[in-house]
Design a protein around this ligand. Sequence first.
Ligand SMILES: *[C@@H]1O[C@H](CO)[C@@H](O)[C@H](O)[C@H]1NC(C)=O
Ligand SMILES: *[C@@H]1O[C@H](CO)[C@@H](O)[C@H](O)[C@H]1NC(C)=O
Length: 480
Amino acid sequence: MGDTRTLLLLVLVLFYALVSSVGAYEEEESEQRTQGEKWFLLRQLHDVVRTDAGSMRLVKGGYRRGSSLHSPMHIGFISMEPNSLFIPQYLDSDLVLFVQHGQARIGHIYRDKLAERHLKHGDVYTIPAGSAFYLENRAENERLRIICSIDITSESMGWHAFQSFFIGGGVHPASVLAGFDHNTLSTALNVSTEELNSLLTRQTSGPIVHLSGSHHTNMWSKFLAQEPHQKLAHLKRIVNFGGESSPKEEETTWSLRKFLFNLLNREDVVKGVNHKAPSTYNLYHKKHNFKNDYGWSKNVDECDYSPLKQSGNSVYLVHLSPGSMMAPHVNPTAIEYGVVLKGTGRIQIVYPNGTLAVNARVRQGDVFWVPRYFPFCQIASTNGPFEFFGITTSARKNHPQFLVGRNSLMHSLRGPELAAAYGIGERRLKRIANAQREQIILPSSSSDSPHDKASEPEKKMANFKKIIGNLGSDMIMGFE
Ligand SMILES: *[C@@H]1O[C@H](CO)[C@@H](O)[C@H](O)[C@H]1NC(C)=O
Ligand SMILES: *[C@@H]1O[C@H](CO)[C@@H](O)[C@H](O)[C@H]1NC(C)=O
């Protein structure tokens, strides 16, 4: 009995010691939030859309005026409630979509026809800039979550913004049709101005709407029910107000006219479903590009999935087992973005001058980006696997250069020149360069390693959790 009490007391004392040390550590870390961390960890989520039926949030690429540290991409998070619609729109930026959770139906214009595709967990799909599309979550009880990359092209209207052009709409959001002079528009549609007003003023619930029930405000279903076939010709005329499109535009997928035509002529839509629009690509089903005992990685570029040619992006997925790390490496031709999907870990990024820019703990939903040429590595916490999804800006062969490991630059260069560069003997260099037998994904350090100070508290926590049970599981939270 006495022994049990002593043991309990000891556990409690250890618990408090641990909690206070972790607390102190985290405080210290937040104080030390470096300039680099502000640049490379994209922690500011902005609401782009927020309605009852869903939201779209964005982290803007780390852009600093007059600096080369400028990111050409935003990462967006779309969340849609069951039975909702992201109303038809087109963007001035290329989109790459990745379904993180749930299922989606996406409709978009491809070579002048409306294509509909069913997207499920792990699917990748692309929407070129200017191509009208809508997104639907038809599930009865499953939320849809999509991660997307938004390329900021030179044609974008703002330096670090992108613009949605809503086709359907009303008071909120406004439809691009509403911008036309109403007399002209009513003539073109061949409807009275009253009818036109009712068309363009009903929608008040924002860009993401509920599809059924009391919230039923989907302008499209009403419009479709009201309007007879002969209105199509007029709609065609409306969208040609902007003048004839150039041959180049004809070639690309831009065609608001056809989009409207197809939306209004549902029979055509149904027939058009199975034409040659790109199919989806499932990242989880792809075979590994690299795999060893410590994790795996998969990446998909334009050779695997040709629609990526348009945006010039490629996507990847990395899974690290507890404590493992992606060996320090650099991307010679691409800027890389990562979004943490599972677990916690650490990102280290190094400036070209050999100083540490970032050494930050990241968890689910965190976004980081790494400029071209900057050395970096990702390390999984010891308490669970670490998985992240990413996008690189170049689908052309970006061949990461590893700095450490069996396939590394250090290993290839391990001759007298490199020895001289380090100012050590060649044999010593060889011993160091050959010590790591693994490559790309490296095992965790042995627990008594003195070099691993950074993850010390995580290790304590992991050990502690083994003793006490899963007390700390709420430390890993969703980004919602
Ligand atoms: C306009 O609508 C009227 C009444 O529905 C119809 O008789 C007429 O043919 C329409 N005009 C055109 C050009 O479609
Ligand atoms: C290294 O480069 C970074 C970023 O340009 C700078 O903030 C830092 O002061 C530099 N450090 C040294 C030691 O030159």
